[in-house]
Design a protein around this ligand. Structure first.
Ligand code: AMP
Length: 186
């Protein structure tokens, strides 16, 4: 977890490789569907372009299908999910049904201004439709309203691992590995 621009996607791939599990990124799946013009993509695009969340039901169904695929049998890393309280509840029931359990909820902490700068830079490089300044501000607002409160929910369960997400990508990655390896060994 972490606000838009915290580096979740980059770090998620490295962490997933490290543990030999797939990284399941809801944002990437939505973008792939948008690119292919599927009905899911057409629906998701309306929300994504405005910086809003795709409705829970759509997102939950997509994640449920994805974690039922064979490569997720032995575990998986979720990037960008859950983002709402309803998604937390739904994820609980999904992983109950598949016999998985949550090992950790990794929170990347970042400086708000730095995050906006990062996102604007990414907009130049990748040309994402949801990386314009207005949409970035809206995405940060939605994160603060809907997603940040989930950290407390998972903290109560003793699952939160907070890592400083500022600095070089490799340094952040090392901090994450150190924190998660400690948990994996315990
Ligand atoms: P991301 O690449 O994770 O920043 O996601 C890009 C966009 O996809 C978000 O701004 C949302 O519109 C949508 N999205 C991704 N994950 C979720 C989620 N868990 N719930 C609702 N919408 C999501």
């Amino acid at each position: 977890m972490g606000p838009p621009g915290a580096g979740k996607g980059t770090q998620a791939k490295a962490v997933a490789d490290h543990f030999g599990v797939p990284a399941i990124s809801t944002g990437d799946i939505f973008r792939a569907n948008v690119g292919q013009g599927t009905p899911l993509g057409v629906e998701a695009k309306r929300y994504m372009d405005a910086g809003e969340y795709v409705p829970d039901e759509v997102t939950n169904n997509m994640v449920r299908d994805r974690i039922a695929e064979p490569d997720a049998d032995k575990g998986f890393l979720l990037d960008g999910y859950p983002r709402t309280l309803a998604q937390v509840t739904e994820l609980d029931s999904m992983i109950d049904a598949t016999g998985h359990r949550l090992d950790a909820v990794l929170v990347l902490t970042v400086d708000q201004d730095a995050v906006v700068g990062r996102l604007l830079k990414r907009a130049e490089i990748e040309g994402r439709a949801d990386d314009t300044e207005d949409v970035i501000r809206r995405r940060l607002e939605v994160y603060a309203e809907e997603t940040e409160p989930l950290i407390a929910v998972y903290a109560e369960r003793g699952l939160v691992v907070s890592v400083d997400g500022m600095g070089e990508i490799d340094d952040v990655q090392q901090r994450i590995f150190d924190a998660l390896d400690t948990i994996a060994q315990s």
